[in-house]
Design a binder for this molecule. Structure first.
Ligand SMILES: *[C@@H]1O[C@H](CO)[C@@H](O)[C@H](O)[C@H]1NC(C)=O
Ligand SMILES: *[C@@H]1O[C@H](CO)[C@@H](O)[C@H](O)[C@H]1NC(C)=O
Ligand SMILES: *[C@@H]1O[C@H](CO)[C@@H](O)[C@H](O)[C@H]1NC(C)=O
Length: 194
């Protein structure tokens, strides 16, 4: 995948940036992660508390105890997922065991995921510049991309070889959306967690 190195560079850049700009490490870290995951899972029937509470701590910078930091972590995890799924798709496209219909779906997914990865990169930039509304619109479109990829297979009764990948990307983006919503000043949801 040609785009791979630039995504990787971006990730390193992002990590460095996060390490520099965000306050690190208090013992209440897990609490803010779990509490935030609980709030999000409570607010939405589709978001998984388990995936949220096990995914977010995997990135050390999530030890910064604020919502903006957690939102960035969720978006970075989504980016890692999308780029590694692109590798999986490339591998599957070379597989001889798939029929032409499935290969066509995979080609569509490859396009969807390439766009999705760039959309996440751009979303992170827009988020850092403070435009949460645009960030949410774009991250929603990434969730739709994951659904569209999955539907390509299932609407013809095919088993999707990307079921887990689509689910993970959908969840991570949904979690990011929820956290950004919680972090948005004066959002209607602000009153919910009091
Ligand atoms: C947070 O949730 C994780 C996984 O659900 C659990 O292992 C951990 O003990 C929880 N931490 C706290 C402080 O409740
Ligand atoms: C989530 O919902 C459960 C069950 O309704 C409730 O006990 C818990 O306090 C809620 N958690 C948060 C963080 O809102
Ligand atoms: C994708 O995200 C899920 C949930 O955080 C995680 O379990 C999985 O390991 C990730 N996959 C890759 C390849 O990053």
């Amino acid at each position: 995948m040609m785009l791979q190195p630039s995504f990787l560079c971006f990730s390193f850049y992002l990590c460095a940036l996060l390490l520099i700009t965000l306050p690190i490490g208090t013992s209440s870290t897990k609490d803010i992660i779990n509490e935030t995951c609980e709030t999000c899972a409570n607010q939405s029937i589709i978001l998984s508390y388990g995936l949220c509470s096990t995914s977010l701590p995997a990135v050390p910078v999530s030890h910064s105890a604020n919502l903006e930091g957690l939102a960035l972590v969720a978006m970075e995890l989504a980016l890692e997922n999308a780029t590694s799924t692109l590798e999986t798709i490339e591998r599957l496209l070379g597989s001889t065991s798939l029929d032409n219909y499935a290969l066509g779906c995979l080609a569509d997914c490859s396009e969807l995921y390439t766009d999705a990865a760039w959309t996440i990169v751009n979303s992170i930039g827009v988020f850092l510049s403070g435009n949460y509304e645009v960030t949410r619109t774009w991250m929603s479109s990434v969730m739709e991309a994951a659904s569209t990829c999955q539907q390509g297979f299932t609407e013809r009764g095919e088993v999707s070889p990307l079921t887990q990948e689509n689910y993970n990307l959908f969840q991570l983006c949904g979690i990011a959306l929820c956290i950004i919503h919680l972090a948005t000043p004066a959002a209607p949801s602000q009153s919910i967690h009091t």
